[in-house]
Design a protein around this ligand. Structure first.
Ligand SMILES: *Cc1c(COP(=O)(O)O)cnc(C)c1O
Length: 356
């Protein structure tokens, strides 16, 4: 029996990945030089397609990193002289905040309990904040920030840089990239690919800031500083030997996404989420963790299971349906369901039937 992974990362592979992998082996993709014209062609194609898929402005740079977590560190190193401001409502947004502290920055935060969203009317960044850092979808507790409210908030502070983690909301997230200076994600969640590749989209303002910090004599990192990344990106290359296979697969899968159409992908995600949420809400043994409908994530659904989630996770696994356990302290209390493009409506219906 083949398993279906409704886990929140790594997650189900997109159905076309198997054939792309076989083709990659056939075509010696993994032995190809990362300085070759062929590789440069894939890099260009992958970036052009990603731009088209997510509507990324042409003046924003697209760089490859090793992971989503790396995105947090690069953002802080390259854009913050002294102060960053973070919206924290769970483990991943907290990690972003802690990364800034670990790098010796003066990080401040607006924090709410996991499972809740933010009242943007009541939040204001400190005067000295150079960047505001957001986690679009808090994977630990299933809260997605409503994009419209978030963007209205950001427009109030045009002088402050902005960074957003879309690791578990991409490619579903429909952002106005002109409002964000740094946007990053990794590929093992919504893109249905093996782990080991991160992507960051960087605005001209953020590049200028990195350049300013370097001129001031501050460290902006080494081979993955925005300036070093840009130097190589200008030649459709990467500073280091990158995960060539992952870039090849990303290019192929984005091509598949474009053939389906991003509007359809988003609409199917909404449709599957609606079915899952209505089943979880109807069943007495579940309690949705996010109470306010406006903040319930379509890509990461979290429910408390009465009497504990361990047995249910095990029973589903026996049926080939893998869901995530709760995060951290909620490991044995919650289930988390990843709802990404790789799982079909039919597979989601099978999961719904198995939820009892
Ligand atoms: C998974 C996740 C990360 C970490 O990404 P990695 O690729 O594992 O480093 C960061 N932020 C969010 C919101 C995530 O869901």
């Amino acid at each position: 029996m083949k398993n279906t992974y409704f886990t929140v990362g790594p997650s189900q592979l997109y159905p076309t990945v198997k054939n792309h992998l076989l083709k990659a082996i056939e075509d010696d993709v993994m032995s190809l030089s990362h300085r070759s014209k062929v590789f440069q062609g894939w890099v260009k194609e992958a970036k052009d397609r990603l731009r088209q898929l997510l509507t990324i402005p042409t003046d924003h740079e697209i760089f490859f990193l090793g992971s989503g977590t790396e995105g947090m560190e690069r953002v802080i190193e390259n854009t913050v002289k002294d102060s960053s401001f973070h919206l924290v409502n769970g483990a991943f947004s907290k990690r972003f905040y802690q990364t800034a502290k670990q790098l010796g920055k003066n990080a401040s935060k607006a924090e709410v309990a996991p499972g809740t969203g933010f009242d943007f009317a009541k939040i204001s960044p400190p005067k000295k904040a150079e960047i505001m850092c957001f986690t679009h979808n808090e994977t630990s507790c299933g809260v997605m920030l409503p994009t419209k409210d978030l963007q209205v908030f950001i427009r109030r502070y045009p002088k402050i840089l902005t960074a957003i983690d879309i690791v578990s909301s991409a490619p579903y997230a429909s952002l106005d990239f002109r409002l964000f200076d740094c946007v990053f994600f990794s590929v093992q969640k919504g893109f249905g690919l093996p782990a080991g590749l991160g992507v960051i989209v960087v605005s001209p303002r953020a590049i200028e800031k990195a350049s300013y910090l370097q001129k001031k004599g501050m460290s902006i990192g080494s081979y993955h500083s925005f300036l070093e990344l840009k130097k190589y990106a200008d030649k459709w290359q990467t500073p280091e030997t990158p995960n060539v296979l992952a870039i090849y697969l990303l290019n192929r899968v984005i091509d598949d996404f474009l053939k389906v159409g991003i509007a359809k992908i988003r609409q199917e995600t909404d449709q599957k989420a609606k079915l899952l949420y209505s089943r979880l809400a109807k069943q007495a043994k579940f309690e949705l963790f996010v109470k306010d409908i406006a903040y319930r994530s379509p890509t990461t659904l979290v429910a408390a299971v009465r009497g504990g989630s361990l047995e249910l996770v095990k029973a589903l696994k026996a049926k080939g349906l893998l869901v995530g356990a709760g995060y951290g302290d909620n490991k044995e209390k919650h289930i988390r369901i990843g709802n990404f493009p790789a799982t079909s409506l039919a597979q989601v219906k099978k999961l719904i039937a198995a939820l009892g």
